[in-house]
Design a protein. Structure first.
Length: 751
């Protein structure tokens, strides 16, 4: 019987040798990367001890390194068992000797590269059309997968004619020294690809906003792994072969790698585990994977390395579970079991009982209300708040309006993104209290059972209108409840909308409609939405930017662009004689972040991911006849806007609204101090859940990261950027605020 030179009876030798080399090299590379990650983490989180971090990092990196080594060893062993030892070097020798074979390989590689680029382009195009641009992404992904599978045989058929066409061009690629032409082409392609990717990331994208550190650790591991293998089989090959007991060393390394995770990773939350979440590079990715894998009760929460689940054997116990008073169980893993007698009156009900009837006030209600909502404007970006760019304010319109209005300087949004914030504003409810079709989606659609501001105004006999041009108002049509007319003409899809400058087509429609409404003398309520400050930031001829402008500068001039168009709306109100009978409200739905904070090892740029003040603090101004201009520093919430508008307009505030009217404060009357609350709701784009509370005096802010079961406490007076977490050092204040927050979550919030 015919046998190859490498009969199966000797096949175990290539596998044994390849596995020993690959596993040993991978464990050494894993050790080096764990040390590097520990050094970087300890530098950023000084409160976590180096030794504690290193133990955890070694336990985390051990199994992935071992898996990489075994995988590489099996592949190398299969190559050796099939083609014999030193197969790669023998292939290079043959390619150097057989120029025709080398040329054919070059042509085949070129043909494969062309088809790969074509495949990538088609998949990228279809990803936008079938996945990114649709709400049901799972269905789009399945369709895309089916299309990709169907493309593979078609591309395989096209390879042969492309190969034939590429053969003449293959002569252009020369061999260089010991490298055959095919190896030269491969090395050149790798170098060009790396340089191209680097250039694209640094020139076309803002690399500071990309979370690349975790992937960089993967690259470092792969490079070290390859370098160790090269050294073992290159310069140090003879030393490796003469080393006695190297197999025993590898086996010992494997045993340690298997024992380390079990011995080191069973820990409650500590400064070291918190540091892994916040400041580590590759380790935080491994922690996230571990928490997805270790979830015994399948409730979506894990206890792994200080994870948020306080009982992983009971799916009804987790940070999202409702607290059932008096059942002897800490259902939501927060403050223990709340006694059955600890309920009491809801805070919102107390606020309503203290409100002064509108009829008892001296200011007559205006006929109309116009709400100008400019998306994504931070409170600290207004000139009236002291901000300048290039020595001047970028918001002259809003600055002037603030001087004519009740200007609220400490307003907090209840959500850090548009699809959660606007329903909360309209309903005067917290985000989790809004009834939606499906809570876990990026653009939840509010249901009819919600009662929105414009429904109440319409029921009071006021004509209601909305003018916008953005996909959200079509994607979540429930938000348009109560509008007699909603003009969303020109709205683009998700991808195109983010690069759209819609104000130039929105504002002329607003101007024309205001002229018509002024002539009709009917009472009306109008909502206008300008979107520009939302990323992606575009440049405008009126506000030219330098070529090296960063995100913050681009954002500032988008605000300036929107402010200019808002000025035309204000001018139209005044020119049409509406100023003396119209309430004008200017507000934003949330702010924007520019890398001040870091979550899970990622610097936070843009919005929708945290509850720090840069995302929650927004401007609110209310100008109406009879009210003296004033600047108000009392903490206020966006859910107070709707009740205040109704109160000013002389319309009864419905019981469903949990915010309160701040009209008494505008008229010079004090209001009872009240804490401020906000929520970050989980969504497919950012599956994290947080709650925040600002103390009634506005000094302290407590953040409860439910997804991590961790707390942060900041003194907003001494640390307005929320950089120094004092939760551990201010234990008494933290305990008091934590108890208040727990009561709000367990008693006041549910409806």
């Amino acid at each position: 019987m015919y046998q190859t030179p490498y009969h199966h009876t000797h096949a175990h030798a290539p596998y044994r040798s390849a596995l020993a080399s690959a596993v040993g090299a991978a464990l050494l590379a894993g050790l080096a990367v764990a040390l590097l990650d520990t050094l970087l983490t300890a530098r950023a989180a000084r409160e976590a001890g180096f030794a504690s971090l290193l133990v955890l990092q070694l336990g985390l990196y051990a199994l992935p390194a071992l898996a990489a080594g075994v995988t590489a060893g099996v592949v190398a062993g299969a190559v050796g068992a099939t083609f014999g030892p030193a197969a790669p070097s023998r292939l290079l020798d043959r390619l150097r000797a057989d120029r025709e074979l080398d040329r054919n390989l070059v042509a085949g590689m070129v043909a494969a590269a062309v088809l790969a680029l074509l495949f990538a382009g088609v998949v990228a195009f279809l990803s936008i059309k079938l996945v990114a641009g649709v709400e049901r992404k799972s269905v789009g992904a399945l369709v895309l997968g089916a299309v990709a599978v169907a493309l593979v045989p078609m591309l395989a058929i096209a390879w042969l004619p492309l190969f034939r066409m590429a053969r003449p061009a293959a002569r252009v690629v020369p061999p260089i020294g010991p490298l055959p032409a095919s190896a030269v082409l491969l090395v050149t392609a790798v170098v060009v690809g790396v340089l191209g990717a680097f250039t694209f990331v640094t020139r076309r994208l803002d690399w500071r906003a990309l979370n690349l550190s975790g992937y960089l650790m993967v690259v470092v591991f792969a490079a070290l792994f390859a370098a160790v293998l090269f050294m073992l089989h290159g310069p140090f090959a003879r030393a490796r072969e003469r080393m006695r007991g190297r197999g025993v060393l590898v086996i010992a390394g494997v045993i340690i790698a298997l024992i380390l995770p079990a011995a080191t990773l069973r820990r409650d939350r500590s400064p070291a585990t918190a540091a892994l979440d916040e400041h580590s590079k590759g380790a935080r990715i491994l922690v996230a994977i571990g928490r997805r894998v270790i979830d015994r009760d399948h409730d979506g929460f894990s206890p792994f390395l200080g994870g948020p689940d306080c009982d992983d054997h009971n799916p009804n116990v987790n940070p999202k579970a409702p607290e059932i008073p008096g059942n002897g169980i800490d259902d939501n893993c927060l403050e223990g079991d709340r006694p059955a007698s600890a309920g009491g009156e809801r805070r919102a009900d107390k606020d309503k009982a203290n409100q002064v009837p509108a009829a008892a006030r001296a200011v007559p209600p205006p006929a109309n209300v116009i709400i100008i909502a400019i998306d994504t404007v931070r409170a600290d970006r207004l000139g009236v708040a002291g901000y300048q760019r290039g020595g001047k304010s970028l918001t002259p319109t809003l600055d002037h309006l603030a001087g004519q209005s009740a200007y609220f300087r400490r307003v907090y949004a209840q959500a850090p993104n548009t699809p959660r914030s606007f329903p909360s504003i309209f309903a005067s409810r917290y985000p989790s209290q809004i009834k939606v079709d499906n809570a876990f989606q990026n653009y939840a659609d509010p249901l009819d059972e919600n009662l929105f501001l414009f429904e109440v105004l319409k029921a009071a006999g006021i004509k209601t209108e909305g003018i916008a041009s953005h996909f959200y108002w079509d994607r979540a049509p429930g938000i348009r409840q109560g509008f007699d007319r909603f003009d969303n003409e020109g709205a683009l899809d998700i991808a195109a909308s983010n690069k759209d400058s819609a104000s130039p087509r929105i504002v002329p429609r607003v101007e024309a409609r205001l002229a018509e409404l002024a002539k009709s003398k009917d009472r009306f309520a109008m909502f206008v939405h300008l979107f520009e400050p939302h990323s992606t930031y575009m440049t405008h001829p009126e506000f030219p930017l330098p070529g090296n402008a960063g995100l913050a500068e681009k954002y500032d001039y988008e605000i300036a662009f929107a402010d200019r168009w808002a000025g035309r709306i204000i001018d139209a109100i005044d020119k049409n004689g509406l100023a003396d009978r119209t309430l004008v409200v200017a507000l934003s739905d949330h702010g924007e972040a520019f890398g001040v904070h870091q979550v899970a090892g990622q610097k936070m740029f843009f919005h929708g991911q945290t509850l720090y003040d840069e995302l929650l603090r927004v401007p609110v101004m209310m100008r109406f006849p009879g009210a003296k201009p004033s600047a108000i520093d009392d903490p206020m919430m966006l859910i107070d806007v709707a009740p205040t508008i109704l109160d000013i307009m002389g319309v009864a505030i419905p019981d469903q609204m949990v915010g309160r009217s701040v009209l008494p404060r505008v008229l010079g009357q004090p209001l009872d101090p009240r804490p401020v609350y906000a929520q970050l709701m989980p969504a497919p784009s950012w599956n994290h859940e947080w709650t925040a509370m600002v103390s009634a005096d506005g000094v302290y802010k407590l953040i409860y990261r439910m997804s991590d079961r961790s707390f942060e406490l900041y003194n907003l007076k001494t640390d307005p950027e929320e950089k120094r977490n004092i939760y551990s050092s201010q234990a008494a204040e933290a305990e008091k605020l934590r108890d208040q927050l727990a009561r709000w979550i367990e008693v006041d919030l549910p409806l």
